[in-house]
Design a protein around this ligand. Structure first.
Ligand code: MEV
Length: 313
């Protein structure tokens, strides 16, 4: 029996733009997906016991099967190798939290342990990246990197396919956040493809927005390291605005963002692929966090109250 885990994440700056080589900032959260893998006689039997948004497991089932096959191939193993795979843990299967990447990392680690492969974190990360292709089509690698290593990171994809730029960001202290879930399952692959198509069709609109995303990530990096959380929040708000402009927000995401801002969250934006899924509000201090939690509860939405900067590698 082999066991493994992978962290969930929120993206503070740059989802979608990172796919195209713009830097982004991601933070792991202290919820993880766990996997237990046991060699079997026949088939790949997945028992998925994660708490999920309605329809999540069904929507992702085929992608999950493809993802496992891709990861086995990336480990130079037979993609049909029979296993019993259990998936659970504290990270809910909500779109936008890196749940697919967290499960890929957890499964890769559990297979490595079960077969005594002793794979390094670097190899686990690259195997999980292969797995992510089943869920996101052309992923940047930001989710699997956060799921593998934890912490807060500056991430810039190498468009040539070589080593990505990954640097750890040190916060002065952990900061409270609230993640709000729309309850809607989103298809990351379709969202990523949609942005790529629209960017190609309308470069005059999209290129300046990509430039702005880069400036926001650079400014966000500085503000995070300086502990200037008001500034971080303002920049997150700006980031949400350009995500709306590239067509990846939704009515429910905008509503949750508005609710959080009305409660004086420092900033709020969608997180991850959008089109449903989750948003994140920056809410330093227990009181402010509690106010946003109550507002989400009152409006009937599920939420996670946690912190950025708690999980380190
Ligand atoms: C998904 O969490 C983030 C996206 O930018 C996709 C990716 O970077 O792979 C939408």
């Amino acid at each position: 029996m082999g066991k493994g885990s992978g962290y969930g994440k929120v993206i503070l700056f740059g989802e979608h733009f990172v796919v195209h080589g713009i830097p982004g900032i991601v933070s792991a959260i202290d919820s993880s997906t766990d996997a237990i893998v046991t060699k079997a006689v026949k088939g790949q039997n997945v028992k998925d016991e994660r708490k999920t948004a309605k329809g999540y497991s069904e929507e992702k089932r085929l992608q999950q099967i493809e993802s496992i096959e891709r990861m086995l191939k990336a480990m130079d193993l037979d993609p049909r190798l029979p296993f019993d795979i259990w998936i659970g843990g504290t990270l809910p299967g909500f779109s936008g939290l890196g749940a697919s990447a967290a499960s890929s990392v957890a499964i890769a680690r559990a297979i490595s342990e079960e077969l005594g492969l002793n794979l390094s974190n670097e190899k686990i990360n690259s195997v999980a990246y292969e797995g992510e292709k089943a869920y996101a089509g052309n992923p940047s690698g930001i989710d699997n990197t956060a799921a593998t290593y934890g912490g807060v990171m500056w991430f810039k994809k190498n468009p040539a396919g070589g080593q990505d730029l990954v640097e750890r960001i040190k916060l002065k202290k952990p900061v409270e956040i609230v993640i709000g879930s729309t309850g809607k399952v989103a298809n990351t692959k379709a969202m990523v493809e949609g942005v790529a198509e629209r960017k190609k069709a309308s470069p005059a609109k999209y290129n300046p927005l990509f430039k702005q995303a880069e400036s926001l990530a650079v400014a966000g990096h500085k503000a995070l390291e300086a502990g200037d959380l008001k500034k971080v929040g303002d920049l997150m708000n700006e980031n949400h605005r350009i995500l709306q402009e590239i067509g990846v927000s939704s009515k429910e995401l905008d509503l949750l963002v508005d609710i959080a801002r009305k409660q004086s969250a420092f900033g709020a934006k969608l997180t991850g692929g959008g089109g449903g899924g989750c948003m994140v509000a920056l809410t330093p201090g227990k009181d402010l966090q509690g106010k946003v939690v109550s507002a989400f509860k009152g409006a009937g939405y599920e939420y996670i109250a946690t912190k950025i900067g708690v999980v380190t590698y």
